[in-house]
Design a protein around this ligand. Structure first.
Ligand SMILES: [Fe+2]
Length: 252
């Protein structure tokens, strides 16, 4: 069994809660689909834990923006990127660990393929940036989703939207909830699976979200954490707007 996490966004309380939950579930390995940083306050703590605990971690659009420049980001995201960059960027006098964290972000791959399973942060059409959305299904954006299916070996795992769910080739979007958190994949069919977000869920549920994969069965886990502590810390950091903190309470 493997655990797949994504979009931690420098939220260490959420990441600790998810790691503790994974430990109770018996997963043999943890994979991370990117956006370790951005939005939150605990940048270095999250990078250290992700580097230590995951078999691989992909590069998300926020990870990349920190080491380059924010492009096509909203103002809330930009101020968090600037804060993260200011905190992380090594100078000539910086010590080893600070340099190592920067190199970690620089060295993240944008995709990983293992057998008939592909992992990217966003979409195989644009690894870091494109969103595969429920609205693509609702509003019949068939061409886009068909193109994505044409580019995947069988299974695709993504993050980026912060909304968990499964898209099938029949153009349906299945959203897990408290009554139904498991889904059995037909080994003969293709799927796009969004694993949700650890550090900033946006499906109206403020609990952290991640995915367990056990053979053909996938199980979404929702993990409560002390988001008030996270919000208070973000307020203390200063440059991060209250809006970025407030959304944690509402899961939006
Ligand atoms: Fe994200």
């Amino acid at each position: 069994m493997r655990a797949i996490i994504s979009d931690v966004h420098s939220n260490i309380e959420a990441l600790h809660a998810v790691m503790a939950d994974i430990a109770t579930q018996g997963a043999e390995e943890i994979l991370c689909l990117g956006d370790v940083v951005g939005y939150g306050a605990d940048v270095e703590e999250c990078i250290d834990l992700i580097e230590k605990m995951t078999r691989f971690c992909l590069s998300g659009n926020h990870d990349f923006a920190v080491i380059t420049l924010p492009d096509r980001f909203n103002p809330l995201a930009v101020e968090a990127i600037n804060y993260t960059k200011h905190l992380m960027k090594p100078s000539a006098l910086s010590l080893g660990r600070k340099r190592a964290r920067w190199h970690f972000l620089e060295g993240l791959p944008t995709r990983q393929q293992e057998g008939d399973v592909l992992y990217v942060h966003g979409s195989p059409r644009d690894d870091r940036n494109e969103y595969i959305l429920e609205s693509d299904i609702v509003f019949g954006n068939v061409e886009k989703i068909s193109q994505v299916f044409d580019m995947i070996p069988r299974l695709l795992f993504v993050g980026h939207t912060h909304v968990p769910g499964v898209i099938g080739t029949d153009m349906t979007f299945w959203h897990p909830d408290d009554n139904q958190s498991a889904y059995t994949l037909d080994p003969q069919k293709r799927y796009i699976v969004n694993v949700g977000s650890v550090g900033q869920p946006r499906d109206g549920d403020n609990r952290s979200c991640y995915l367990l994969v056990d053979g053909t069965r996938i199980i979404y886990r929702r993990v409560p954490y002390d988001y008030r502590q996270t919000m208070a810390k973000m307020a203390r950091v200063g440059p991060i707007s209250r809006d970025s903190a407030d959304r944690l309470e509402y899961g939006r």
